[in-house]
Design a protein around this ligand. Structure first.
Ligand code: GRF
Length: 203
């Protein structure tokens, strides 16, 4: 089961995938790591693991469509079964998303459909909710709007700030993403139309 990872930053979710593969708890290979940022720590982690890596600067392209066309040509070259957006901070154009329906995942740090977009932890604090968390979902053209596969929730605690809350959510993101990947790699989850199917039953 070949995974391509798109990442813009730190790469702790990528590292969790690599560690699980190394420990034998995820039957997959990270075939490629791709970034819009040449200095993303995620790229270095990918390189270390022996994956194909590449970064493309959006500045070198006239439009999002041009950028994505070049990026996904590189991604397709590693023949992924699944593309995982793990802290990939760019919107992907509708054409590329549509061409990979059911083959692209995103991990988003909120209990979707609440708090789409950026600064989700601050959004949650500002809204005064008592539960926050993370979601793994199939990518659809709507930002953070695709069918949800799995969620983990964490309590918002007195005295939380965005950083502390983010840290508590991140600890749950890694196992959540891995659980989702195990089910996908085993063929137990897929996308049927706009519905997530689990073991043949609609969720
Ligand atoms: C995570 O919180 C992820 O949910 C969000 O961006 C962050 C990426 O962290 N989309 P990392 O680069 O995997 O450490």
């Amino acid at each position: 089961y070949r995974i391509a990872v798109l990442a813009s930053g730190r790469g702790s979710n990528l590292q969790a995938i690599l560690d699980a593969i190394a420990q034998g708890s995820l039957d997959a290979v990270v075939a490629g790591v791709f970034s819009d940022k040449a200095d993303a720590p995620a790229l270095a982690k990918g390189r270390e693991s022996g994956a194909v890596t590449a970064s493309l600067s959006p500045r070198a392209f006239a439009s999002r469509a041009d950028y994505d066309e070049s990026l996904f040509r590189l991604v397709d070259d590693v023949h992924p079964d699944l593309i995982v957006c793990a802290g990939y901070m760019r919107l992907v154009s509708e054409r590329e998303v549509a061409a990979r329906n059911g083959k692209m995942l995103n991990i988003h740090p909120s209990l979707l459909p609440a708090f789409k977009g950026l600064r989700t932890h601050q959004q949650a604090l500002d809204a005064g909710v008592s539960w926050h968390g993370a979601s793994v979902h199939f990518v659809s053209p709507e930002l953070d709007g695709g069918p949800v596969i799995a969620q983990a929730r964490v309590p918002v605690l007195p005295g939380d700030n965005a950083d502390r809350l983010a840290q508590r959510v991140l600890e749950r993101e890694h196992p959540l993403l891995l659980a989702s990947l195990r089910l996908l790699a085993a063929g137990r989850i897929d996308l049927a139309g706009s519905q997530v199917r689990f073991d043949g039953r609609a969720l």
